[in-house]
Design a protein around this ligand. Structure first.
Ligand code: ZN
Ligand code: ZN
Length: 157
Protein backbone atom coordinates (compact mmCIF):
# COMPACT_ATOMS: atom_id res chain seq x y z
CA UNK A 1 0.00 0.00 0.00
CA UNK A 2 1.32 3.39 -0.97
CA UNK A 3 0.38 6.62 0.71
CA UNK A 4 1.34 10.03 -0.55
CA UNK A 5 0.10 11.92 2.44
CA UNK A 6 -2.58 11.46 5.00
CA UNK A 7 -5.80 13.24 5.78
CA UNK A 8 -9.03 14.31 4.20
CA UNK A 9 -9.22 15.69 0.71
CA UNK A 10 -5.78 14.49 -0.20
CA UNK A 11 -5.20 12.41 -3.28
CA UNK A 12 -3.59 9.14 -2.44
CA UNK A 13 -2.30 6.35 -4.60
CA UNK A 14 -4.12 3.54 -2.91
CA UNK A 15 -5.32 2.20 0.40
CA UNK A 16 -5.92 -1.47 1.00
CA UNK A 17 -7.56 -3.53 3.69
CA UNK A 18 -8.97 -6.90 4.59
CA UNK A 19 -11.06 -8.92 7.02
CA UNK A 20 -9.35 -10.83 9.81
CA UNK A 21 -8.88 -14.02 7.77
CA UNK A 22 -8.01 -12.13 4.58
CA UNK A 23 -10.81 -13.72 2.52
CA UNK A 24 -12.33 -10.29 1.88
CA UNK A 25 -9.84 -7.87 0.42
CA UNK A 26 -10.40 -4.38 -0.96
CA UNK A 27 -8.53 -1.44 -2.35
CA UNK A 28 -9.41 2.19 -2.87
CA UNK A 29 -7.91 4.76 -5.19
CA UNK A 30 -8.99 8.36 -4.93
CA UNK A 31 -9.59 11.12 -2.48
CA UNK A 32 -10.23 10.29 1.15
CA UNK A 33 -13.36 11.72 2.72
CA UNK A 34 -13.93 12.34 6.42
CA UNK A 35 -12.86 9.76 8.93
CA UNK A 36 -15.17 9.69 11.94
CA UNK A 37 -16.29 7.83 15.02
CA UNK A 38 -19.92 6.80 15.38
CA UNK A 39 -21.22 6.20 18.90
CA UNK A 40 -24.72 5.05 17.91
CA UNK A 41 -25.93 1.88 19.60
CA UNK A 42 -26.22 0.01 16.27
CA UNK A 43 -22.56 0.70 15.47
CA UNK A 44 -21.57 -0.26 19.01
CA UNK A 45 -23.29 -3.64 18.70
CA UNK A 46 -22.15 -4.18 15.12
CA UNK A 47 -18.51 -3.67 16.06
CA UNK A 48 -18.74 -5.09 19.59
CA UNK A 49 -16.68 -2.09 20.63
CA UNK A 50 -17.13 1.37 22.12
CA UNK A 51 -17.65 2.98 18.74
CA UNK A 52 -17.35 2.48 15.01
CA UNK A 53 -14.57 4.20 13.06
CA UNK A 54 -15.09 4.73 9.35
CA UNK A 55 -13.49 6.54 6.44
CA UNK A 56 -15.85 7.87 3.77
CA UNK A 57 -14.70 7.21 0.21
CA UNK A 58 -16.19 7.34 -3.26
CA UNK A 59 -17.71 4.11 -4.59
CA UNK A 60 -16.06 4.67 -7.97
CA UNK A 61 -12.55 4.20 -6.57
CA UNK A 62 -13.49 1.28 -4.34
CA UNK A 63 -12.84 -2.26 -5.54
CA UNK A 64 -13.23 -5.65 -3.92
CA UNK A 65 -10.10 -7.62 -4.76
CA UNK A 66 -11.00 -10.81 -2.90
CA UNK A 67 -14.04 -12.57 -1.54
CA UNK A 68 -17.65 -11.55 -1.37
CA UNK A 69 -18.91 -9.90 1.81
CA UNK A 70 -22.26 -10.81 3.32
CA UNK A 71 -24.57 -7.89 4.03
CA UNK A 72 -27.76 -6.79 5.70
CA UNK A 73 -29.65 -3.51 5.80
CA UNK A 74 -31.25 -2.00 8.88
CA UNK A 75 -32.74 1.33 9.85
CA UNK A 76 -30.12 3.18 11.87
CA UNK A 77 -30.87 5.42 14.86
CA UNK A 78 -31.11 8.23 12.35
CA UNK A 79 -34.01 6.40 10.67
CA UNK A 80 -31.94 6.04 7.51
CA UNK A 81 -31.04 2.69 6.02
CA UNK A 82 -27.54 1.44 6.60
CA UNK A 83 -26.11 -1.61 4.85
CA UNK A 84 -23.35 -3.37 6.73
CA UNK A 85 -20.95 -5.53 4.75
CA UNK A 86 -19.01 -8.16 6.67
CA UNK A 87 -17.13 -11.41 6.22
CA UNK A 88 -19.43 -14.38 6.68
CA UNK A 89 -16.52 -16.62 7.68
CA UNK A 90 -14.62 -14.58 10.28
CA UNK A 91 -17.34 -12.04 11.04
CA UNK A 92 -15.22 -8.93 10.52
CA UNK A 93 -17.15 -5.77 9.64
CA UNK A 94 -15.45 -4.47 6.48
CA UNK A 95 -17.44 -1.52 5.15
CA UNK A 96 -20.84 0.13 5.14
CA UNK A 97 -23.04 1.88 2.63
CA UNK A 98 -26.35 3.69 2.73
CA UNK A 99 -29.19 4.03 0.24
CA UNK A 100 -29.41 7.63 1.54
CA UNK A 101 -25.85 8.30 0.35
CA UNK A 102 -25.49 6.50 -2.98
CA UNK A 103 -21.99 6.45 -4.38
CA UNK A 104 -20.36 6.46 -0.97
CA UNK A 105 -18.62 3.66 0.89
CA UNK A 106 -17.70 3.80 4.56
CA UNK A 107 -14.59 1.72 5.07
CA UNK A 108 -14.00 0.40 8.59
CA UNK A 109 -10.77 2.12 9.58
CA UNK A 110 -9.72 -0.92 11.62
CA UNK A 111 -9.83 -3.12 8.49
CA UNK A 112 -7.15 -1.03 6.75
CA UNK A 113 -3.67 -2.44 6.30
CA UNK A 114 -2.27 0.90 7.50
CA UNK A 115 -4.89 2.25 9.90
CA UNK A 116 -2.34 4.54 11.54
CA UNK A 117 -2.57 6.83 8.50
CA UNK A 118 -6.16 7.82 9.19
CA UNK A 119 -6.94 11.13 10.85
CA UNK A 120 -10.36 11.26 12.49
CA UNK A 121 -12.10 14.60 12.01
CA UNK A 122 -15.31 14.25 14.00
CA UNK A 123 -17.60 11.98 16.02
CA UNK A 124 -21.32 11.43 15.56
CA UNK A 125 -24.12 10.29 17.89
CA UNK A 126 -22.06 11.54 20.83
CA UNK A 127 -25.20 11.49 22.98
CA UNK A 128 -25.02 7.66 22.83
CA UNK A 129 -21.32 7.46 23.72
CA UNK A 130 -20.44 5.09 26.58
CA UNK A 131 -18.41 6.67 29.40
CA UNK A 132 -15.48 4.38 28.54
CA UNK A 133 -15.31 5.47 24.93
CA UNK A 134 -12.56 7.87 25.93
CA UNK A 135 -9.11 6.43 26.57
CA UNK A 136 -6.90 8.63 28.69
CA UNK A 137 -3.27 8.79 27.63
CA UNK A 138 -2.48 8.26 31.34
CA UNK A 139 -4.05 4.81 31.38
CA UNK A 140 -1.56 2.00 31.94
CA UNK A 141 -0.48 0.71 28.55
CA UNK A 142 1.31 -2.40 27.36
CA UNK A 143 3.34 -2.22 24.17
CA UNK A 144 2.38 -5.80 23.31
CA UNK A 145 -0.16 -8.04 25.02
CA UNK A 146 -1.01 -7.39 28.64
CA UNK A 147 1.27 -9.76 30.55
CA UNK A 148 1.54 -8.51 34.11
CA UNK A 149 -1.85 -6.87 34.12
CA UNK A 150 -4.33 -7.95 36.74
CA UNK A 151 -6.44 -10.80 35.44
CA UNK A 152 -9.13 -10.10 37.98
CA UNK A 153 -12.60 -10.18 36.47
CA UNK A 154 -13.96 -7.88 39.16
CA UNK A 155 -15.93 -4.97 37.82
CA UNK A 156 -15.50 -1.55 39.30
CA UNK A 157 -18.41 -0.56 41.49
ZN1 ZN B 1 -23.50 4.50 13.90
ZN1 ZN C 1 -13.03 -12.96 6.94
Amino acid sequence: MEWCRRGRGVLIDMITGQCLFGDIRFEYRGELGHASYCHCSDCRRHTGSAFNTVVAVSETGFKLTGGKPAEYTTQGESGRGITRHFCSRCGSPVFGSSPSHPGRIYIKAGALDNPENIQVSHQSWFSSAVPWAFISADLRAFEKGSVGASDSLEFSK
